[in-house]
Design a protein around this ligand. Structure first.
Ligand SMILES: Cc1cc2nc3c(=O)[nH]c(=O)nc-3n(C[C@H](O)[C@H](O)[C@H](O)COP(=O)(O)O)c2cc1C
Length: 330
């Protein structure tokens, strides 16, 4: 470690690093006096499955630095989208973080935040001094996971990927699952004759007690197309208050019948989209973004938020993910 390099502008570096989208965790431990200590951290990374190892980086200027340096155990609580306040509390210098939050001890004695999306209870496996941070490598002794949407952090701001509560309330719970289905550079649209409009394939969540994704798939099957959905591409609200969650997808390799041959469904070349017959502005702008990103094969995931929304970029080719694919690259 030495003095900072004169060629590196720390503010610009911080900005560049902030372009990396992360989740948000609270890392916790017990200090030598037996008191719980903790801070918000997005430096969490999974390291190894066998043995099960994870790491976090603790800044030397943190008040809890010494507690983490001396710790034999620590825990990581992965925060959900409704836990921004918990993140704010643990990112602060408040002395009574634990009096103001709901937590429990896990087997190692380390505190875990209640209702977190996931938690990992760790024994310290290794410590590495790295510049102005200490890397703590933990061996996972216990863990748990809950359903829910994660809290994200990007460019110095929180981002969420689920549907926010205000929006849900405004829409009266109406959410629509849609899809941008592409085949050979063409996009699938369905005709809504009653409204004289073309629409992306959509399924209304809750109609007939069905999940919106199941309704979406059924609608495509009705037109003879079996779809594979890759990732959430956009989340936005129409003026009607309806929340749209739109996936990117493609037809599966096992075609049923050609949707183009059926009345009401048509594959449109990207330079032949019937813009005048798509009245919802957010749908039009999403399609325009898709077409422009398609040419680079780099896609942004759009999540609406109070401050204008945020887009996270990712490469266009979905790759298999899971233990069975580790080490294999497509
Ligand atoms: C989203 C977010 C992520 C953070 N990640 C880290 C991190 O990985 N490591 C770290 O040392 N501080 C990180 N911080 C800053 C600490 O949470 C902050 O300095 C906190 O006040 C430390 O608490 P303490 O001084 O009580 O120990 C992060 C803050 C935020 C808002």
């Amino acid at each position: 470690m030495g003095a900072s390099s004169p060629t590196i502008d720390v503010v610009s570096l911080r900005k560049a690093l902030g372009g990396f989208l992360t989740g948000v965790t609270v890392v916790t431990t017990i200090d030598p006096q037996g008191l719980p200590r903790g801070m918000t951290a997005n430096s969490f990374t999974s390291v190894s499955l066998d043995p099960p190892l994870v790491l976090i980086c603790i800044g030397r200027t943190a008040a809890s630095y010494d507690a983490f340096r001396q710790a034999k155990t620590f825990a990581i609580s992965i925060l959900g989208e409704d836990q921004r306040d918990v993140s704010g509390l643990f990112a602060s210098k408040t002395a009574d973080k634990f009096e103001r939050s709901s937590w429990r001890r896990e087997a190692t004695g380390a505190p875990v935040i209640n209702d977190a999306l996931g938690w990992l209870d760790c024994s310290v496996h290794d410590q590495v001094a790295a510049g102005d941070h200490l890397i703590l490598v933990g061996k996972v002794e216990g863990f748990g996971a809950n359903e829910g949407a994660p809290l994200g952090f990007h460019g110095g701001r929180y981002v969420t990927f689920g549907v926010d509560t205000d929006t849900r309330d405004r829409s009266g719970g109406r959410s629509v699952f849609g899809a941008l289905i592409e085949r050979d550079g063409q996009i699938l649209l369905f005709r809504d004759d009653a409204a004289s409009e073309w629409r992306i394939p959509c399924g209304l969540h809750g109609a007939d007690n069905r999940h919106g994704l199941a309704a979406l798939r059924d609608q495509c099957r009705h037109f003879g197309i079996d779809v594979r959905l890759n990732f959430v591409y956009s989340v936005f609200t129409l003026d009607s208050g309806e929340v749209h969650i739109v996936y990117r997808g493609s037809p599966t390799d096992a075609p049923v019948t050609d949707g183009g041959a059926k009345v009401g469904a048509r594959w449109f070349a990207m330079d032949d989209i019937p813009w005048d017959d798509i009245s919802d502005r957010p749908v039009r702008s999403m399609l325009q973004r898709y077409i422009s990103e398609r040419s680079d094969d780099r896609f942004g995931i759009y999540a609406e938020s109070g401050d204008g929304g945020a887009v996270a970029m990712l490469h266009g080719h979905p790759a298999p993910f899971g233990p069975e694919h580790v080490g294999r690259r497509s």
